[in-house]
Design a protein around this ligand. Structure first.
Ligand SMILES: *Cc1c(COP(=O)(O)O)cnc(C)c1O
Length: 377
């Protein structure tokens, strides 16, 4: 939802063109919500969700740590005031020279999901701590992360053993239950896998200490989602179930859940038309689409709330599309989006819940459209 601060900003500044406005007060509230929901877990903000310097500085000042996927993201976290010991290099796919650069910057916590990556870290960041990512099925997630990251638990055991053998600190297990995870129990299976890896390695004399429980915490789009507190309770119960009284250190890496609902995109209707005299659905073209920052509408996965000044009028389903000359730039067609029948060229629309995964997904200059501008207030 547009907060009063966002509404006031739009009314007084009247920014031109599509833009994202992020309310830092909401980010602060979300951080506090996570801290209260999982008081014993360290928070590593997933920088990729929104790396705006103002957001990183706020989170650094609140005591957040940072999950980074590249050397550039590590530098952003350090520039925001985090020390290197508060940074995790959480991408399982890294160039050896980037591992070396991170090591030089002082980072000593790395994600792996195979022996080949362990070998790179042993060479480029000797003595570092590594955690091994295990696969999850992503069930219950609206933006699942598929099989690209992680390995099966049986392999994680070998990977961590190899790390230990090569002089690294085999520190634990990580997983990600899929982004926009609406099932609070989704962590249970992965924590069972993590506990199995802990037990098996303990039998071989390797004591793991850390479970990185990843992100996945949702933003409210069109449907209600459980509260951070509900996630905290379900996750804590699952930790107890699988680790008993010997709870490991834990990390969470919220991205979407930290910033998604803090942002609103202001956009404009460029055209309303039909494809034939008998076309059931109007086509509504906005000045923002898949290439302007709304990439998560891919496969119509994420359905954003769209607010107009005419929402009191009758609504009919529309195909919603962006302004570029790529025919893939259609956001909602399989399931058309209900919008007021009075909606017309020049109308402003607010696309809510867009604080995460928008600015960084905007193309540089496709068709000459500039990347999504952001105002962090
Ligand atoms: C993207 C990512 C996150 C953040 O995920 P959300 O679903 O946005 O919370 C956390 N950890 C890792 C390793 C990631 O790649």
């Amino acid at each position: 939802m547009a907060t009063q601060r966002i509404t006031d900003f739009l009314a007084t500044r009247r920014p031109n063109g599509p833009c994202l406005i992020v309310d830092l007060d909401v980010v602060r509230d979300n951080f506090d919500g996570f801290r209260k929901a999982l008081p014993d877990s360290a928070i590593f903000y997933a920088v990729k969700a929104n790396p705006a310097p103002e957001i990183l500085r706020l989170l650094a000042s609140l005591g957040s740590n940072f999950d980074c996927a590249s050397v550039a993201e590590i530098e952003m976290a350090l520039n925001a005031g985090a020390s290197a010991d508060r940074v995790s290099y959480g991408n399982t796919i890294k160039k050896e020279r980037d591992i070396a650069a991170a090591h030089t910057l002082g980072v000593s916590l790395f994600a792996v999901d195979c022996v080949e990556e362990v070998e790179k870290i042993a060479r480029a960041a000797p003595g570092a701590r590594v955690f091994c990512r295990v696969l999850t099925d992503g069930a219950g997630a609206e933006w699942p992360l598929s099989r690209k990251f992680g390995c099966v638990p049986a392999m994680a055991i070998d990977v961590l053993e190899a790390a230990h053998r090569l002089g690294l600190v085999a520190t634990g297990v990580s997983f990600h239950v899929g982004s926009q995870q609406t099932d609070t129990n989704a962590w249970d299976g992965a924590l069972a896998d993590a506990a199995h890896v802990f037990r098996t390695l303990a039998e071989r004399g390797i004591v793991l200490t850390l479970v990185n429980m990843g992100g996945g915490f949702p933003t409210r789009y069109l449907k209600d989602v459980p509260t951070a507190k509900a996630y905290g309770q379900a996750i804590f119960a699952a930790l107890r179930r699988h680790f008993g009284n010997r709870l490991p250190e834990t990390i969470i890496e919220p991205g979407r859940g930290m910033v998604g609902d803090a942002g609103v995109i202001k956009a404009e209707v460029v055209l309303v038309s039909r494809k034939s005299a008998t076309d059931e659905n109007r086509w509504v073209f906005l000045d923002i689409g898949k290439f302007g920052g709304l990439a998560e509408t891919m496969d119509e996965a994420i359905r954003y709330p769209i607010v107009t000044a005419r929402d009191g009028d009758r609504k009919e389903p529309c195909v919603l599309a962006g302004p570029t000359c790529d025919s893939a730039d259609v956001m909602y067609e399989k399931v058309p989006y209900p919008l007021p029948i009075t909606l017309t060229v020049g109308d402003e629309v607010l696309i809510e819940g867009t604080g995460a995964y928008t600015t960084t997904y905007a193309s540089v200059a496709f068709n000459g459209f500039e990347p999504l501008r952001a105002y962090i207030i």
